[in-house]
Design a protein around this ligand. Sequence first.
Ligand code: SAM
Length: 303
Amino acid sequence: MHTSVLLEESIRYLNLQEDSIIIDCTLGYGGHSSQILKKIPKGFLYAFDQDDQAIKNAKKRLEEAGFNFEIIKTNFKNIKEEMNKRKVKVNGILFDLGVSSPQLDEAERGFSFHKDAALDMRMNQNDQLKADEVVNNYSYEKLTKIFYRYGEEKYASSIAEAIVKYRENKRIVTTLELAEIIKNSVPEKYRKKGHPARKVFQAIRIEVNNELEVFETALKDALDLLKPKGRICVITFHSLEDRICKQIFNEVSKVPKELAKLPIIPEAYQPKFKVVANIVPCEEEILQNPRARSARLRVIEKM
Ligand SMILES: C[S@@+](CC[C@H](N)C(=O)[O-])C[C@H]1O[C@@H](n2cnc3c(N)ncnc32)[C@H](O)[C@@H]1O
């Protein structure tokens, strides 16, 4: 089961009315979407996900809450194209990024460094690139860059070196095999600060799913899909995603620095959006759901 993070807060900030048109970009197991549906009996929900298993489970859950929804099985990077086809603008858009608990729990998906499985990590099972390709075929330089950039891993180069050395004798086949190589390539005392494979697994997952680029494109496109007073709620789980969100929200909600001192800001440069919230989960939620520890919700509204 997946416990939705910042559920009450994100629903509240979406400011739902009974006829709201909403997009949930990350349907997952339908936790947010089913709550949204209950509040928009005369509205409509478009829910995106690229994971067949998630969609299968969420569909049943949504049908218990209402029938005014459409599930769109595609990467949310296609949000603009899909909504243009349907010719709709919306009152609210939600992104609840990352992987769901069931994706982590299903060993065969290869997301977890605790469970032995083939190196996969694809959110969309039809995609070509798997973790196996990254781990076994990327150069030392490329691996170092990915671990450093997407994992913010300070031992990026030692870990990449250990992987390349290991590959000289044998292909790396499983998640636990990779986790062990990582563990043995960092200093003893570093191993005590949480599992040493955590950041590297995050980095590989981001690379396999091209997560940062996809999110940046989709968030910019999402801004264009809002009706006036429409809102976007974004729940992120690490600083790289949050930085992208913060930068984009700042760009569209602030007067450019060069113009800020003018007595009158020309119409064309006046911000079209305002930031409404930037919050983290309360202590109680973190105690009940450790996955919420690194979460942050940012909300923006179209003026
Ligand atoms: C954290 S879960 C969402 C959980 C959901 N809000 C709930 O409460 O049940 C994130 C979901 O988004 C999906 N996802 C992540 N990136 C995606 C993308 N680029 N396009 C489509 N779906 C994506 C994942 O497959 C996963 O099912």
